[in-house]
Design a protein around this ligand. Structure first.
Ligand SMILES: Cc1cc2nc3c(=O)[nH]c(=O)nc-3n(C[C@H](O)[C@H](O)[C@H](O)COP(=O)(O)OP(=O)(O)OC[C@H]3O[C@@H](n4cnc5c(N)ncnc54)[C@H](O)[C@@H]3O)c2cc1C
Length: 336
């Protein structure tokens, strides 16, 4: 048995209950050779951060045997404090996740495996997931709560500041930088949109377009009216102290002092298994789902950042909650 599950189960007192409720004997977990391990649950959730844990709670409370497989690499891991989620405002991302995990693993039909899902297969009556450490698990339904991977630009200092003072979202971190010297690294519609929101938080705003500015006359006149500067010179470096931006250095060597930088970065899906199983992506690269988080492949659901550009802990939790309930309903309808 994976050490982490065992520790978690012992800590939460779930061990005794698991031997009764999960439809496989506990000895299945303790085989010497990991490659021999195999078990069946009703639902596998891949990704055990906010979205996945939220789905697991709905399923645990419905007494569904559920395995969460999580690689422990959430996208917000470098941010010191998470904001804009009621009851948890200002908590560390890890503290929110820990509390959620403790609460979810209170439900005896839910188990947690710290591992990475590497393959997924369609089976006659569901799916099989294989993990990096060789665990094979079958399930009737899958939920992908795998998030997205940000592709940070190779600008010196950028990754060290990511989530600290180089930020992606005014709702998550904008208030903390209110009134501060702020840059927006973006161009066109995206830059205009972010500038319009951030303008309410600070009067010291400059847009860094890294090339010819792409704004129409009306957008330019609004920038002028609000004293928002535009700099077209590409950024060469972000100078910082422990992740706190001090200066932005441009490719011509000039530099300007800033406290915060908003940046829109590209992304890729954290897991390619949904695509390998046939799930369609949207044009923007998100997993395509309906309003109930059903993907385009029957029996597979997806929730959280991998499905939506509206990126927040609250959003991930809400979508996970819905996905868990919908999977439970589907399982119920199949036998009731
Ligand atoms: C820098 C930064 C700061 C942010 N700050 C805030 C904030 O202050 N407030 C706020 O509301 N939102 C914030 N967000 C947004 C918020 O963090 C995300 O919306 C939220 O984490 C999405 O949750 P999720 O569960 O969908 O994905 P994630 O939290 O990214 O978790 C995905 C999980 O899936 C796992 N996983 C992926 N693939 C596999 C696999 N193959 N096998 C096993 N496990 C896998 C990963 O290891 C990870 O644990 C921030 C985002 C970033 C990037």
């Amino acid at each position: 048995m994976n050490k982490i599950i065992r520790r978690t189960l012992i800590k939460t007192g779930g061990l005794a209950a698991l031997t009764v409720v999960v439809p496989v004997p506990l000895t299945t977990f303790v085989k010497r050779n990991k490659m021999e391990e195999s078990k069946h649950v009703e639902v596998i959730i891949i990704g055990g951060s906010y979205a996945g844990l939220s789905a697991a709670m709905a399923l645990g409370r419905s007494m569904r045997t559920t395995l969460i497989i999580d690689g422990g690499d959430p996208c917000n891991k470098q941010t010191p404090n998470s904001h804009n989620f009621i009851t948890q405002d200002g908590e560390t991302p890890a503290a929110i996740a820990k509390k959620a995990k403790d609460q979810v693993l209170h439900y005896p039909t839910v188990t947690f495996l710290q591992d990475i899902a590497v393959h997924g297969y369609k089976k006659q009556d569901g799916f099989e997931i294989v993990t990096q450490s060789g665990v094979r698990v079958t399930a009737k339904k899958l939920i992908f709560a795998t998030g997205i991977k940000d592709k940070l630009p190779e600008i010196k200092g950028f990754s060290e500041c990511w989530g600290i003072s180089v930020i992606h979202c005014p709702y998550c971190h904008g208030y903390e930088y209110r009134g501060k010297r702020t840059a927006i690294m973006a161009n066109g519609e995206r830059a205009f949109h972010v500038a319009s929101l951030v303008n309410n938080l600070t009067e010291h705003l400059t847009v860094l377009t890294a090339g010819k500015a792409d704004f129409d006359a009306e957008q330019r006149s609004k920038f002028q009216r609000h004293h928002i500067g535009i700099i077209e010179m590409p950024v060469a470096e972000i100078q910082h102290e422990n992740g706190m931006v001090q200066n932005v250095v441009f490719s011509d060597g000039k530099q300007l002092g800033f406290n915060a930088v908003y940046a829109a970065v590209s992304f890729e899906q954290h897991s390619t298994i949904p695509e390998e199983l046939g799930c369609e992506l949207t044009e923007q690269g998100y997993l395509k789902t309906d309003a109930f988080y059903k993907t385009t492949v029957p029996g597979i659901y997806a929730c959280g950042d991998n499905t939506s550009m509206m990126r927040s802990v609250a959003g991930a939790v809400a979508s996970g909650n819905m996905a868990g309930a919908m999977v439970n309903m589907e399982l119920t309808r199949e036998v009731f």
